[in-house]
Each structure stands twice: as C-alpha cells, then as structure tokens.
Design a protein around this ligand. Sequence first.
Ligand code: ADP
Ligand code: MG
Length: 754
Amino acid sequence: MSVKSKLTLAISLLVMLFLTLDVILNDYSTRVNLRSEAEASMTRLAKQVAETIDQNGRLRAAYEQEMTARLHLSARAAASLLPENLKEIDRAAIRAAANAVKTDSLSILAASEEGLEVIGSSNEQLIGSLENEAADKLQVPVRTLAVQEAEGEVQQESAFVVMWPAGSGEEDGARQEIRAYLAKAGRDYVVSVGINNDDTLELLEKSEPRQLIDDLLAGQRDLMEIAVLDPGSFTEAGAMEVNAGTDAFMGTAAIQYGRFTPGNKLIDQADVAAAAAGKMVFRSAVMDGKSILKGYIGFEEPYPLVVSLVMDEAFLFENLNQQRMNRILISGALLVLVVMASYIISGWLIRPVHSILSKVNDVADGQFDTVLEVRSSDEMGQLAQQVNAMSKNLAVYTNKLQSAFEENRTMKEYLQSFINHTSDAIHVEQTDGTIVQVNQAFEMMFGWTAEEAIGARLQLVPEQYSREEQQALDEIAAGKLLPARETVRQRKDGNWMNVSVTTSPIRDNKGIIRAYASITRDMTSRYKMDELLRRSEKLNTVGQLAAGVAHEIRNPLTTLRGFLQLQQQTQKLNVGHVDLMLSELDRINLIVSEFLILAKPQASKFELKDVRYVLGDVVSLLDSQAHLCNVVFNTDFTQEECEIACEENQLKQVFINVLKNAIEAMPRGGEVNIVVEKRKRDTIAVSITDQGVGIPEEMIPKLGDPFVTGKETGTGLGIMVSQRIIQSHQGTMDITSKVDVGTTVVITLPAVTE
Ligand code: ADP
Ligand code: MG
C-alpha cells in the first residue's frame, strides 16, 4: 500500500471515528432530551387529568346541590298536594299533582311483598318496578311502611333521598331520570319525583376524567395507558392480587379511571407509594413485548391520587431513529468527501516524496546528475537537500571507485602480462601440492602445458631435494622470509636444471596459508655466464701473473744456468750444486703447475683438501710478486687439521683474488697478515688483513657486483667471482674496511670432520 493510500486511510478512519462518536453522542443526548420531554409531557398530562378530576368534582357537587334542592321542593310540593293516605290516592290525584309540580315524573311507592314498589305513576311504564335501593338509602324499612299501612300511622320523621342515574357512559337506552324519594312522616307511602336532565348530565359526563382519558389516548399515538389510582387501596396487597386482567381491575377502588396493566407487582406498588409520597417516578419497562416508559405522578388535590401513564418508546424514539438515520447518511456523505479530499491532500503532501523517490531511483540506477529542486524549508525541503548532497557525494565516490577499479584492472592486466611475459616461471600450488596456476614461462621451463599442470601434483622437486624443499616450506610457514634459494628442479623430461626459487605464502583472511607462489628462475645460463666471467677473470689474473711468474721463473733459471755453466767449465758434477739445481727446478715446476692450474679450465670436482696447504700454495705463488711490491706476507696457520670439501683451483682463485687486492691496496708496500683458525661448529675461518688504502664506506655494499672497481686497470670481477665460489662451497665471505687503515677479508668454510 502506498503512503498516499495509508495517509488517506488514516485520515478517513479518524474522521469516521469522530463521525461515529458524534452520532453516538448525539443519539444519547437526544435520547436523554426526548425522555425528559416525554416525562414533562407525562407530568403535564397527569396534571391535566388531576385538574379535570378536581373541576368535575366541583361541578358535579354544585349541580347535585341544585338538583337536590329542586327535587326536594318538588317532592314536598307533591306530597302536600296528595292525600295523606294511600287509599285515597288515585290516578287523577297523581296526574294533578304531577302537573302542579312540573316534574318529568311523579310516582307513588308503597311496601309490597317484594319491597318498595311503584304503585302509581305519571309515567305508566314505571308502575310495578321495585325501588329497593332507594328504600335502603331512605332507611325506611319496607316493613315500617307496611305497618304504617296497617296501623295508619308513621313514627318516622320525613326522609329524603336523591338517586342519581347509575352507569354513566353506558350506551343502552335513554338516560334515566334523577329521582328523589320523600318519605314523609305520617304517610304510608313514599313520593318520588324524577327530572330528566340529559343535557346537563351529558355535559357533566363530558367533563369527567374518563372522557378526558379517552380523548387523550385517542389523540396521542404514543400514549398507551392512563389510569387514576387510589394509592391507599393500591398499596393494599389485596388490590394487586387482581391480576387476571385490566378489566378485572376496572371499577375497583384501586383504579378509579382509565386502564392500568400491572407489571411487576412489587415495583408497581413501590412506584405508586413513592408517587403518593410526592415523588415523580419514571421507569422504562417492557409491556406486551414493547419498550415502554411508565410514569407515576401523585397529587393531593382534590384527594390523594396517583396518575399512572404508559408511553410507547417506539413512538417516543421514532423521531430519534429517523434523526439517527439522517445523521448517518450525512456522516457517510461527509466521509466520502473526506476520503476524496484526504486523497487529494495526501497526494499533494506526498508529491515532494515522489520526486525524492524518483531521484533516489535515479541514483540507484547510477544517474547522479539530476538535481532535486528545493522548494520549501520544511522537513521535505531538508530531505531533498540531503538527498542532493548524498547524490553528489555518491557521484564523487562512484567516480573514485570507478577510477580505482580501472586502476585495479590495469594493474591486474599489467600484472597478468608481467606474469605471462616474464622469463621466470611462476606457479601457485596449494598446500597439498596441487597446482592451481602457471604462467607461460613455467610451461616453457618445465615442459608441462598449463592444462597438464593445473589440478595435478607434479614432481618438480627431485627426490633428493624433497627434504630440503620441505624444510624451506616449513620455515616459510613459520613466518620466515626466505631469500631466493639456489637449488635444482626437474623438468617434465626428467632433466634437472639449476634454478633460483623464491617462494611466498598466500594466506586467507584468517592468516592461514592456503597456497604457495613460487618464482623459478632458470640459472643455467647465469651459471654459464658466471663461468665465463670466472674464466675471463682468470685470464686476466693469468695475464697479470705472467710478469710475476716470468720473474719468478727467471731467478731459478739464472741459478740453473750459472750452475750448468760452471759445470760445463769445470766438467765436474758437484753434488751440492745438483741438489740446489733440483730444488730450483722443483720451484719452477711448482710455479708453472700452479700457473697451469689457474690457466686451464678443469672439470669441477670436490675433493678433501686442507685449507692450510691450499692457501700455502697460493702464498708461495704470489710471494715473488709481493716482493716486487714490497709487501710481506705474515702467515699464522692453526695446528689443527683444516680439511674441507672443495674444488682446489677455484678456492685458490679466491685466495689469489683476495691477496692480489691486498697487494694492490698497498702501493708503497706493507704487511699482509694471513690467519687460518678453526672455530666452533666446525667452521674454518681464513682472515686476510692488509694495511692498505681501505674501501670507502659507500662502496662496501656494492662489492660483489661485477665491474665495481676503484682501480684504473681493475675489472671489478675478483670479489664477485670469489663470492660465488665461496657460496658454492657453503661458506661466507665478509669484508670490513676502514679507509687508510686497512681491510680485513674473512672467509669461513665448513670443515669436514670424521
Ligand atoms: P679489481 O681488483 O679488478 O678492481 P675486485 O673485485 O677484486 O676488482 O675489487 C673491487 C674493488 O674493491 C677494488 O677495485 C678495490 O677498490 C676494492 N678492494 C678490494 N679489496 C681491497 C683491499 N684489500 N683494500 C682496498 N680496496 C680493496
Ligand atoms: Mg682484484
């Protein structure tokens, strides 16, 4: 879901919540209002009913008073017009009296077997009817009337009673008369006069609460029941037992007017009692499955009474439902409007986010050149600014990265071409010996093609050298930096070659060695070159020595010649001279043979020799030349055996080179101390110290490089050749020197012990 939709949804939900709350609150308050309105209307109605009862009571009382007076007068008048004894009364007398008093009817009643009976009347229809009720009220015993009749005297004073027509509101027939009965003292009959006053009665009836209640019920739909209750009799349990139905209640003392449907007996009783005590009671209840509102309102006037009303809540809240419906409809419409408006507003709000998003997408695609317009200074504006800055930075870094990558690539290509075009064989092998990478030179040098080599474990190290190789690898694994090793490697065809190998470890990011990279340089040609150099140096030395040698040889030759001349002249062989001559010849022989050793290339062959003798030979060889230069050789050789495995000629050349340098360093002569000593660890050290010009400090590290010379006729090969030779003898050669003090060359060689 997009942010826009989410925003819209959130706003809409909020508004919906408010609208719903509004509907609910409104509903509630309207309900409360309606109820209090209903209660007010109920109170009003009850008051109306109570007032009507009051008024009707007064009216009726006034009317009754007037009618009673009128009837009393008429009855008295009629009585005075009629004869004293019943026997004397005839029809004519009754009619005459009736005409005189002008009542609607005039009747004479006398005691009969069944009670008080109409004997004669102006209204013939009444004759024969019994009026026992009136008799009761008159409190004139019918028997008394009978006795009177017999005895002809009446003991009672006159009695007067008015009978109101009963059954008001009854439909059947015409209204009855209001009748008055007069039992006069001394008379054996009762006079009755009747007045028919329907209109007035009707009027009275109309003003009765019964009528009002009917009218109200008819006029107000929501009004279901109105009743006037007598609280006194109502609260009597007995009244409430009448639960059979409304009609059963009617006419009882508890319900004076109207209808009352009992609900819960106890509640009803309590409510009526409370209302009678002056408290208005309103209560929601259910009647016949309908929600109703019941009200009880008590009044003191005209007499203590309680008006009960029942209203139908359905009608009461009819409007409410309508109103609620309307409100919901309006809210719904409002909600739709809000959804639309919020959608538009969120779109408007989100727009900057969209442009930022598209910018970020551009950046993600690698386009950094577009710039976001910053229109506002709010958070969106700040965001846009930051995005711009970020994109700018990204562009810079990406460019840097690109150039670094390019550099890397070139470097890689460069390295690749370097690896592939170098004449040194390069191969990488895993720790288990499996080859993972080789270069062209490797293929050429070892004879294996890359396809054959990669993934295979080749026998590159000859069997005899495997221990030495393992040692080297162990040292590398231990973290030691090994210099180039001069050793031997085996080609595919099984031939060996002299090589110089540099091996370096390749570690993973945890520092564990995963592979070894080896650079192998074919030293065959280098060795050939060395040989050539050695030879040229030798020739040079030979040339230089030649003068010395010639000089050296000339002396004994001169001696020999002298002796031979002497013997030629004396023709005698002097034995002493012969010995001398022989020793001279031996010396010549020695010199020449030494010379030959140097001059003639010899098959290299290691032999056991004593250094002292080899050095001694060289010293003798150079002695004569030293003499020429005023140089004296002082030798101090150890008494111990100094046997080493060596190639005599080569070793001699080393000593010659060093001694010659010593001689040459002392143009005005001096001493050369030559010491041979045996050191610990079976090393033999040869130190040759001169008192010459010394070597400038900056030159010392360069010694050993070819053609590094400080002399006009020098070759700069002597030290280099010497170092090679000593190296091949597993020895070392150290030169220390101080300008104008002298130079010491120390050569150490491994001694051979039993
Ligand atoms: P060359 O003797 O032909 O010059 P070398 O290799 O024998 O070549 O010696 C190189 C240089 O080292 C010499 O030219 C010289 O300057 C210096 N050198 C060697 N030995 C000595 C020494 N004993 N005293 C002073 N300088 C020496
Ligand atoms: Mg030299």
